[in-house]
Ligand binder design. Structure first.
Ligand SMILES: NC(=O)C1=CN([C@@H]2O[C@H](COP(=O)(O)OP(=O)(O)OC[C@H]3O[C@@H](n4cnc5c(N)ncnc54)[C@H](O)[C@@H]3O)[C@@H](O)[C@H]2O)[C@@H](O)CC1
Ligand SMILES: Nc1ncnc2c1ncn2[C@@H]1O[C@H](COP(=O)(O)OP(=O)(O)O)[C@@H](O)[C@H]1O
Length: 282
């Protein structure tokens, strides 16, 4: 069947949104508080990756809500992160109240603990980015995502959300992104080679940067944290999504040229340089 989806607009340096320069008397309270909720047993690194990039791209404050067993490791590596061990979802509410943006799903897991945290987040109206395991709960109808959130599925997650297979999504990614937008009333970032961004304003953009060296663990977690940081610094959802996707892909492309073995945490210093060139701090 013919592909009848609209042709997406290519993201380039010329049409990218910009962060505003900071005033000389800037203070951390001006640049938002990103709360990362995730890190079940065995996948705490995902929450850490999201938190570190948020810190490295200018979020005013970054918190992680995770399994209590993870806090020492996270704080030892990155003391700037405020890391709170959460045993049950009722401990989350004060953190949610303090946050300006929530990233949920990164390494969240599939346990009762994971689902209870997701439910606590889903019932508030803070801007949210749903990734990884949050999307799996959504696909199973075990959670409801607030309208206007940002969903960041890879092809396999998109297939689960649309109850189809990866080949069908791959055959017409534009149509899949639009269907997801309609189904959930959310902004959609359909990741992979040629990441698509379907915004709730009916925009459809594509990023043709990136590199196969990015096909490894944790790159999606970094993207989610980066979107969170840009949202926290007051970019609207679609603009934050577009700039984050471009910075992430461009950094991956630059580093990917050095060969295989790229680690997701390698992206942070390059993303920081690219962001400074594109949206100078001063
Ligand atoms: N260091 C860490 O703690 C890491 C934790 N992670 C977490 O691990 C959990 C599981 O994430 P996964 O994404 O692995 O789980 P999924 O079950 O969604 O993906 C697993 C499989 O789906 C297929 N797949 C994924 N992307 C695809 C694509 N674009 N095209 C075709 N097939 C594709 C692959 O066969 C892959 O092995 C999440 O909570 C995630 O955040 C991962 O992000 C990896 C790193
Ligand atoms: N071959 C590729 N070309 C371009 N980008 C890629 C490629 N492989 C992976 N990426 C990017 O890396 C990220 C991988 O995300 P994801 O699959 O969610 O990984 P993880 O769950 O391990 O964090 C996405 O942003 C995706 O666009």
């Amino acid at each position: 069947m013919a592909n009848l989806s609209p042709t997406p607009i290519l993201l380039t340096e010329k049409n990218l949104p910009h962060l505003r320069a900071r005033p000389l008397d800037a203070h951390k309270g001006l640049f938002g508080h990103v709360l990362i909720v995730g890190g079940d047993f065995g996948t705490s690194g995902a929450a850490l990756l999201a938190a570190e990039i948020a810190l490295r791209t200018g979020a005013g404050l970054v918190s992680v809500a995770t399994r209590p067993e993870n806090t020492l490791a996270i704080l030892t590596r990155t003391p700037e992160i405020m890391c709170l061990g959460i045993q049950s979802a009722n401990q989350l509410s004060s953190l949610i109240n303090k946050a300006s943006v929530i990233v949920i799903g990164v390494g969240l897991g599939k346990s009762v603990w994971s689902q209870s945290l997701l439910s606590a987040v889903a019932t508030n109206n803070k801007p949210q980015i749903w990734d990884a395991d949050a999307l799996n709960f959504l696909a199973q109808n075990k959670a409801m995502v607030p309208k206007g959130s940002i969903l960041t599925p890879h092809l396999a997650e998109a297939a689960r959300l649309l109850d189809t297979d990866i080949a069908t999504i791959q055959a017409d990614k534009e149509s899949a992104a639009i269907k997801l937008r309609q189904k959930y009333d959310c902004h959609i970032i359909l990741k992979g080679r040629g990441t698509l961004i379907a915004g709730l304003d009916d925009s459809l953009t594509v990023c043709d940067n990136g590199h196969p060296a990015m096909a490894g663990a944790g790159f999606g977690d970094v993207l989610s944290g980066l979107i969170g940081a840009l949202l926290a610094q007051h970019l609207p959802a679609i603009e934050a999504s577009q700039l984050a996707v471009w910075l992430h892909a461009k950094a991956g492309e630059q580093l990917g040229k050095l060969g295989r073995g790229l680690a997701a945490s390698d992206l942070a210093p390059i993303v920081r340089q690219l962001l400074e060139k594109q949206s100078p701090c001063l």
